[in-house]
Design a binder for this molecule. Structure first.
Ligand code: NAD
Length: 360
């Protein structure tokens, strides 16, 4: 298969972790006889330095031409006081919009070797393996009317939660497809006891479920879901939810795994003519200016993002599994960066990348 990718290293440790992620991808391509077609573009602070724009037109063109995009992170301290429209982070919002990625996928998987880094008791968190599927382009973050009006005691703020049947159906279908490739369990999270938006959400999810009779569907109210994620995270396989609920629950889920450097993410849109799902893959962490340039950053979130890309954009489950088991092997061997190893000599970013390649 030809894997046609755009790489956007971005700022700070973004460049360091994507270097290792690309190295892993090259190793996978070699091992499983795929061809990699890589292009590289500018995004974030580095793009502002070189072009004056955090999301140059050339990057938009390259993203449109690629089947999938791998991003590092954006953000530089020198822009901390700049207005939002001139900050590196604006480049990422522009990229998501151009790609039309409406589903955010956050895998949450605990690793045996890292179980003590979780704030939960070992027996609760061990064996957790879920994906939170969050709707990314609708709901209260985008609905209108919105704004603040009036003054004094009458000053009033309004936001609007809104969803269409089509928006719900497309994300539900994606979540059911994912569940079908996993343990065939889907929990749809809503607040249908209070919100009309959630009532429509539940109605449409039930309709879509009839296309997937092999997937077991349950409905969970969002407040109960927040509780279940810490009481019994193992019960979840695919968790489907709208934008704001997903924003909150995915950060709660993220804590289960230990270090932020471990967490991958995927944002997916519709299918390309090539048959690949449009996808933007990035570690959850930022550019970490405090450790940038020191070869200390944990590259496993970026490497996990490559595994997600293989699985979701290209349907290469065997290759993705090879990356996951290589990561597991490296974690078990103790060759990990300082964030996972408070005592003893840590491995460098490059050594972890090399170890994953060797294990593949
Ligand atoms: P951060 O995620 O960059 O760092 C938070 C802490 O976690 C730091 O102590 C850092 O050293 C550590 N850390 C993060 N990733 C790590 C890794 N891979 N290995 C080891 N340690 C790691 O968050 P922040 O400090 O709040 O933000 C720094 C910059 O990144 C800001 O400009 C922010 O806007 C930006 N940011 C970008 C994204 C993105 O590109 N998607 C996400 C979050 C923050």
């Amino acid at each position: 298969m030809q894997l046609n990718l755009l790489v956007l290293p971005g700022d700070g440790i973004g460049a360091e972790v994507t270097r290792e992620a690309v190295r892993v991808l090259e190793r996978v391509a070699q091992r499983f006889s795929h061809t990699l077609k890589l292009s590289e573009g500018l995004l974030g602070g580095v793009a502002i330095h070189k072009t004056g724009n955090p999301f140059p037109d050339e990057t938009a063109r390259l993203a449109d031409a690629a089947d999938a995009t791998l991003m590092g992170a954006v953000g530089l301290p020198e822009f901390d006081n700049a207005p939002p429209s001139e900050r590196p982070e604006r480049g990422l919002l522009g990229l998501r919009k151009v790609l039309g990625v409406y589903a955010n996928l956050r895998p949450v998987r605990t690793h045996k070797a890292l179980i003590d880094s979780s704030p939960l008791k070992n027996h609760l968190v061990e064996g957790t393996d879920m994906i939170i599927v969050r709707e990314l382009t609708g709901g209260i973050y985008y609905g209108t009317p919105r704004g603040v009006s009036g003054s004094g005691d009458g000053e009033r703020a309004v936001n609007t939660m809104t969803y269409t049947r089509a928006e719900i159906a497309r994300i539900a279908r994606m979540a059911f497809h994912l569940a079908r490739q996993r343990r065939k369990k889907l929990a749809s999270v809503d607040k249908s006891n209070v919100l009309e938006c959630s009532q429509l959400w539940r109605k449409v999810v039930v309709e879509v479920a009839s296309e997937f009779p092999d997937v077991a569907l349950e409905h969970v109210l969002v407040d109960n879901c927040a509780m279940q994620l810490v009481l019994n995270p193992k019960r979840f396989d695919v968790v489907l939810t709208e934008n704001m609920f997903g924003d909150i629950l995915s950060d709660e889920g993220a804590v289960l795994a230990g270090s932020i450097g471990m967490l991958p993410s995927a944002s997916i849109g519709d299918k390309k003519p090539s048959g690949a799902w449009v996808g933007l893959y990035e570690p959850v962490h930022g550019s970490a200016p405090d450790i940038a340039g020191q070869n200390k950053a944990n590259p496993l979130g970026a490497i996990g993002s490559v595994a997600a890309m293989l699985e979701y954009s290209f349907g290469l489950a065997r290759e993705a599994a090879a990356v996951h088991s290589a990561v597991e092997e490296v974690l078990n061997s103790g060759r990990v960066t300082a964030d996972l190893k408070p005592a003893g000599a840590p491995a460098t970013t490059g050594q972890v990348g090399q170890a994953v390649c060797a294990a593949i």
